[in-house]
Design a protein around this ligand. Structure first.
Ligand SMILES: *Cc1c(COP(=O)(O)O)cnc(C)c1O
Length: 421
């Protein structure tokens, strides 16, 4: 469910028409809906309410959308943050996230990042290897702090999603093999500056089947029992993120948050631990669209090429993962045709859709790439010396630019000539 709807024949974000935003800010531009963001937080929270011991902690995966206004909206709705770099940690705290509700994930945390997080007093480090444990122990001891940790276990399940966003197979770089986990916990318990509190798992993104998640949680449950039997005080279980969202209206709907919650209730019955979740895409994907203007329509061998002013540098998912985005005319006529939608970048991969039946559009018309709020603007680059795409947040009948389009001169001015030129 989202708040992008046709009103009097024009696509709106809540009460603001997308052409009004395009006229004010230019295109391409990302547009986010506050009402959709808040709705998703509440739907997810309702789905997991009452599960586990105490209120579940829901930590938004910042990498899905690190815009300060988005993070501040989510912080105000009570969410914490799952961060994977010092930069994300900085942005989460800067946006008002409670440090206690911050989880630090990722295989490559540096000593500097660990110190930054310990000094900020974050709630939990999710540890992905024994060398990382040793480094964290050394940094915490040096600072006179204690790091609360969970170990991210690799449950070796096939997530059934795109290979580039699968993380829970034993061949993936993530987590510690669940067979090796008891030894890693024993090692952790022996280290100064470390307090073991939980088990973490995250098997991939855009999951459209609950079975791999349930299998992974089953392994976590067995591990929690073994760890407790070995004397570890396991009080937290972090079940990660990964629940998929609908991208293609022709495909079956992914499991709903309520179905996910029911599965979690089954899988975690009797765990007697506080549950933590790290949804990213689920919270922000449908809360954002990328609005773009048609530059021109060019004859193609089989179907016309609609050349839009957004490109792979603004929305990378189609070229990176063959991802599908529904593409709609902002002012549809009702006429449909088979088209290819491409951007202006000089790469064949700069293709958003091939042979797609969609609304007929002409030069100067606006199109909206739907479900673009997650892994959209955050992956943007300036490839082809294109300015970074701006972002707008809508709330009711108001909108604000929450990230400006930098002038192209700023790109050039960031470069320096060496003294010999
Ligand atoms: C990316 C990531 C998430 C969020 O994944 P979504 O599919 O966006 O829900 C959660 N936890 C970790 C550790 C991640 O790397």
């Amino acid at each position: 469910m989202d708040n992008f709807t046709l009103r009097d024949g024009t696509l709106h974000a809540e009460d603001v028409s997308l052409p009004a935003i395009a006229d004010a800010v230019g295109t391409p531009v990302y547009v986010y809906s506050t009402a959709t963001l808040e709705r998703h937080v509440h739907v997810f929270r309702d789905a997991v309410a009452g599960l586990g011991k105490g209120e579940p902690l829901v930590a938004f995966a910042v990498k899905a959308n690190p815009n300060k206004a988005v993070l501040a909206t989510l912080a105000r709705a009570g969410m914490g943050a799952d961060v994977v770099s010092g930069g994300e940690l900085y942005r989460a705290l800067d946006a008002g996230m409670d440090p206690n509700k911050v989880v630090f994930s990722g295989v490559g945390k540096t000593a500097d990042e660990m110190a930054q997080a310990l000094n900020a007093g974050i709630g939990q480090f999710n540890i992905e290897s024994e060398p990382e444990l040793d480094m964290l122990s050394a940094v915490a001891t040096r600072l006179g702090k204690v790091a609360q940790i969970a170990i991210r276990v690799n449950p070796d399940v096939i997530a059934g999603t795109h290979a580039k966003i699968s993380t829970g197979g034993k061949e993936n770089k993530f987590g510690i093999d669940y067979h090796a986990a008891p030894a890693a916990y024993a090692h952790a318990a022996s280290l100064p500056g470390i307090r073991v509190r939980g088990v973490a798992v995250h098997i991939g993104s855009q999951l459209t089947d609950l079975l791999p998640l349930e299998a992974a949680f089953g392994r976590v449950g067995a591990l929690i029992r073994d760890l407790r039997a070995a004397g570890h005080d396991i009080t937290h279980a972090d079940l990660g993120g990964g629940l998929g969202v609908p991208y293609d209206p022709a495909r079956p709907l992914p499991p709903s948050p309520a179905e996910y919650g029911a599965m979690v209730a089954r899988a975690t019955a009797g765990w007697d631990a506080r549950l933590m979740f790290e949804p990213g895409r689920l919270i922000v994907a449908n809360a954002g669209v990328l609005v773009s203007r048609v530059i021109r329509v060019k004859q193609g061998a089989t179907a016309p090429f609609v050349v839009v002013d957004a490109a792979m540098n603004d929305l990378l998912r189609p070229s990176l993962y063959d991802a599908y985005h529904d593409i709609r005319a902002v002012t549809p006529t009702g006429e449909r045709a088979v088209t290819n939608i491409v951007g202006p970048v000089c790469e064949t991969g700069d293709t958003f859709a091939l042979g797609r039946e969609m609304d007929v559009v002409a030069a100067d018309d606006l199109v909206a790439f739907m479900t673009a709020g997650a892994y959209g603007a955050t992956m943007a680059s300036t490839y082809n010396s294109r300015a970074l795409v701006p972002e707008v947040l809508v709330a009711g009948d108001r909108f604000a630019v929450v990230r400006e389009r930098p002038p192209i001169e700023a790109l050039a001015q960031a470069d320096r000539l060496p003294p010999w030129l």
